[in-house]
Design a protein around this ligand. Sequence first.
Ligand SMILES: *Cc1c(COP(=O)(O)O)cnc(C)c1O
Length: 399
Amino acid sequence: MLFSSEILQVLGLLANKLDSIMSRIYLSPPDVSAKDHLAIEGALNSGWIAPVGPDLEAFEASVAQRLGRKYALAVNSGTAALHLALLALDLKPQDRVICPSLTFAGCAFPIRYCGAEPVFVDSELDTWNVDPELLETAIEALIKEGTPPKAVIVVQIYGQCAQMDRISAICQRYELTMIEDAAESLGASYKGQCAGSFGEVSFLSFNGNKIITSSGGGMLLTDNKALFEKARCLASQAREPVLHYEHAAVGYNYRLSNLLAALGRSQLEDLDHKISQRKEHYSAYVDALGSIDGVRFMPISKDGEANYWLTICLIDGSQTKSSRDQIIALCAAENIEVRPTWKPLHLQPVFSSSKVFGGAVSEDLFKCGLCLPSGSNLPVESRDRIINLLKSALMEGCA
Ligand SMILES: *Cc1c(COP(=O)(O)O)cnc(C)c1O
């Protein structure tokens, strides 16, 4: 026999090896373990195949405990969690909500879902998060115009907390509700306090690209019982607690599936390991590339602990042999996914009519920023390949 099963097996192994060498390197892919597989299988076997069940409750309880929050509501996305937060705060059409410009659009869309208007504020350079001074300027200006903001959304961008002391003080002084977007920053902290524990309402994302994933999912966190109960009711089609279907409000179908909660719960157990893997990537990139002229990395503030969700470098093309965009093209040709930093929301066509305070800082970061593959399952060999490619492109130019 020409093709014995052994030969086929060897060919299979070679094909696998070739595949892993040639395969695409993603920016931040899901990192799923054998234990995660068992967790989903366990949930399937339990029969709780619905947006209700013991894994859902346990997932909520374990996140609430880790972050020191009283109430947690697991939903099917971070965007849905923010929408519920705004609804629970009774956001009305024409209301204004302050939001950083340097963030993902899912952080501002729910403002529009409510018919309200985002007002964007630029970043500061220490953490790339909202600039506290500019935040205060924006609040003062909106008050003067007779349209004080209804709430302030604070984002903990790229795994690092904003200057929370100053921002909390400002929100308190103007009696503004603070909503915290910790979608990218689970596991990070500021002066010992966890990201996700700062807002009157905070939320997380468990999308496939985040530090832990439930494939898709999010969570609303609060210590305010009334707010939590309102959000929970709205998330389950606004069903009143009676046997027949009774609705006193327009509801949403936003709850997380118990199956996905089982995955999220299992992933949460590995959060610290995932953070340390990502931190290693950050250190390796900084060690290898940080001293090249024209290359800087996102500063990590001493006021907190980052979760190193993404490693980002800034490339000043006037000092390097290749520009940021040439490097993006080079990586694309090598099947390596890299991306610019978030395009500031004040530059997005959909928000062209929205007000912005400042803007130059986030615009600069968008022009020079390069997000590097940072997944907790990124093999060291792949990271070395990326580093060598970048090093030669930055110091010698693209071939
Ligand atoms: C991912 C993300 C969201 C939205 O979360 P989804 O689960 O994808 O809906 C919101 N804000 C920021 C900063 C994010 O990175």
